[in-house]
Design a binder for this molecule. Structure first.
Ligand code: C2E
Ligand code: MG
Ligand code: MG
Ligand code: MG
Length: 273
């Protein structure tokens, strides 16, 4: 495979990457601020390019989407994530959920059947899976709520990812089956210095709680932001303050070492991968 620039990837190169087993997942912990425990992880896609090394999704997902390969790559992601979660079950992390990003092009009227099939193949119980949808997919099309509801009924959780940067119809927010709002990191980054970001974050937290949803703040990088989020009643956080996304074995070792949120915030984070 030639070392093309990211913008030049072709669909054929990406299809080959899947076939050659060059896709990998990284796992970033989600920490509950009430218990101080790691209560989940988000699975994040990487491409181990033979010449360029490990590439983040921003460098190849746009081509995956535009070339129509997202369903194929998304199927690999969900299958691999569910198998990994099943392999972690003997470690008895409870409560624990694995959050998997799902793109708009993977969602349709048969979404529930597809997800159930992947869970069955991986022999994983639905309660360990959280599906992350961007705001526009989560709230945009009420015709899809039925397929989400079927999965909710068997225990799958749903998160609206990057909340605040898309367009949400508040009418749909009322009746969609979303369990978690993930506040976009662009608001979280400014929370300690920008009063407007603080207002937005606090308001989103109140909105979520009023609708019986939990809040995860993404992109938490400093102890000051963590304190403000805790004061605002945010349930859970994710960010480089705790750890960067890691390979599965490093993640399991990280959970084993974890002694609670207050004791860990000043320790160095895991190495970036
Ligand atoms: P996302 O779902 O919002 O994931 C969070 C992104 O923020 C990840 O970037 C993560 O590494 C990064 N992040 C986490 N904590 C911090 C922090 O404290 N500071 C900063 N600056 N960044 C932080 P990543 O892994 O590069 O993924 C980027 C995006 O690519 C994801 O954003 C998601 O939209 C998409 N993506 C990743 N994996 C998949 C996948 O398997 N399927 C689909 N459809 N999309 C994916
Ligand atoms: Mg996400
Ligand atoms: Mg996000
Ligand atoms: Mg994001």
């Amino acid at each position: 495979m030639s070392a093309s620039q990211p913008s030049e990837w072709t669909a054929a190169q990406l299809a080959q990457a899947v076939k050659r087993g060059q896709l990998e997942l990284r796992y970033q912990p989600i920490v509950d601020l009430r218990s101080g425990q790691i209560v989940g992880a988000e699975a994040l896609l990487r491409w181990r390019h033979p010449a360029l090394g490990l590439l983040p999704p921003g460098q190849f997902l746009p081509v995956v989407e535009s070339s129509g390969l997202m369903p194929k790559i998304g199927a690999w992601v969900l299958g691999a994530a569910c198998r990994q979660m099943r392999d972690w079950l003997p470690l008895q992390w409870r409560p624990f959920r694995l959050a998997v990003n799902v793109s708009a092009s993977q969602v349709g009227p048969d979404f529930d059947k597809w997800v159930k099939g992947v869970l069955a193949n991986a022999q994983l119980s639905a309660e360990y899976l959280e599906i992350e949808l961007t705001e526009s997919v989560a709230f945009g099309d009420p015709a899809l709520f039925a397929t989400f509801d079927i999965l909710r009924d068997i225990g799958v959780r749903f998160a609206a990812d990057d909340f605040g940067i898309g367009y949400s119809c508040l009418q749909h927010l009322k009746c969609c089956p979303i369990t978690t709002l993930k506040i976009d990191q662009s608001f979280v980054a400014g929370i300690a210095d920008d009063a407007r970001d603080r207002t937005i974050v606090r308001t989103v937290i109140q909105l979520a709680h009023g609708l019986d949803m939990e809040v995860v703040a993404e992109g938490v990088e400093t102890a000051a932001s963590l304190d403000l989020l805790r004061q605002a009643g945010c349930e859970a956080v994710q960010g480089f303050l705790f750890a960067k996304p890691m390979p599965a074995a490093a993640f399991a070792a990280f959970v084993k070492r974890w002694r609670g949120v207050t004791m860990n915030v000043n320790e160095p984070t895991a190495t970036c991968c």
